[in-house]
Design a binder for this molecule. Structure first.
Ligand code: AP5
Ligand code: MG
Length: 212
């Protein structure tokens, strides 16, 4: 978990490589459908281009289907899912049905202006339509309002590990690997405090000390 630009995709790839399991990014799957012009892609695009969340019903069924693919049997990393309360509930049901448990929930924390800068740079390099500054700020607000509060639930379950997402990609990767593996979990920054206040989004994605 983490706000837009926090490094979810970059770091999920590192951890996935290390653990030999797939990184499943709902954003990437949606973009593949958009590029292929499928009905799902045409529907998702109407939300994505404005920085809105794709409806839960669409997203959930897509994830259910992806988790049944052969490469996910030995484990998987979810990047950018779940983002809403219904998605948390749906994932619980799917995993219970498969007799699988989440090992850990990693929350990347970043300064807001850092992620805005990263995404504006990516806009120049890659041309993602939602990397326009106004849409970036909308995506950050949506994260603060709908997704950051989910951290409290995973914290309650004892699964949440916060990972400092600031600094060079390699430095963050070392923290992510430590947090993702058993040896490193205790060394990782312990979860603390409540998260999820939707206010204060201008200076902080979740209102806690300038970090999301
Ligand atoms: P998604 O593609 O997941 O977008 P996002 O959450 O906005 O996050 P990003 O992919 O922009 O950032 P990231 O955290 O992956 O960071 P990254 O590693 O790329 O979702 C897109 C859309 O799909 C959503 O808006 C929504 O419409 C829909 N969607 C997806 N999931 C959904 C769901 N569950 N429910 C409903 N709708 C859903 O890094 C960003 C940039 O920074 C890159 O250029 C990278 O190279 C660079 N970078 C990374 N780390 C560092 C670092 N440490 N230092 C400097 N630069 C860095
Ligand atoms: Mg991503």
């Amino acid at each position: 978990m983490g706000p837009p630009g926090s490094g979810k995709g970059t770091q999920a790839a590192v951890v996935a490589r290390h653990l030999g399991i797939p990184a499943i990014s709902t954003g990437d799957i949606f973009r593949e459908h958009v590029a292929a012009g499928t009905p799902l892609g045409r529907e998702a695009e109407t939300y994505m281009e404005r920085g809105h969340y794709v409806p839960d019903s669409v997203t959930n069924e897509m994830v259910r289907s992806r988790l049944t693919e052969a490469d996910a049997v030995r484990g998987f990393i979810l990047d950018g899912y779940p983002r809403t309360v219904p998605q948390v509930e749906f994932l619980d049901e799917v995993l219970t049905a498969q007799d699988v448990e989440l090992d850990r929930v990693l929350l990347l924390t970043v300064d807001v202006e850092e992620v805005v800068g990263r995404l504006k740079r990516r806009a120049g390099a890659q041309g993602r339509h939602d990397d326009d500054e106004e849409i970036i700020r909308h995506r950050l607000r949506l994260f603060a309002e709908q997704t950051a509060p989910l951290a409290a639930e995973y914290e309650r379950r004892g699964l949440l590990v916060r990972v400092d997402g600031m600094g060079a990609i390699d430095e963050v990767a070392a923290r992510m690997l430590a947090a993702a593996t058993d040896d490193g979990a205790e060394a990782a920054e312990p979860a603390s405090g409540a998260t999820g206040a939707a206010s204060g989004v201008q200076s902080s994605v979740d209102g806690t000390a300038g970090r999301a």
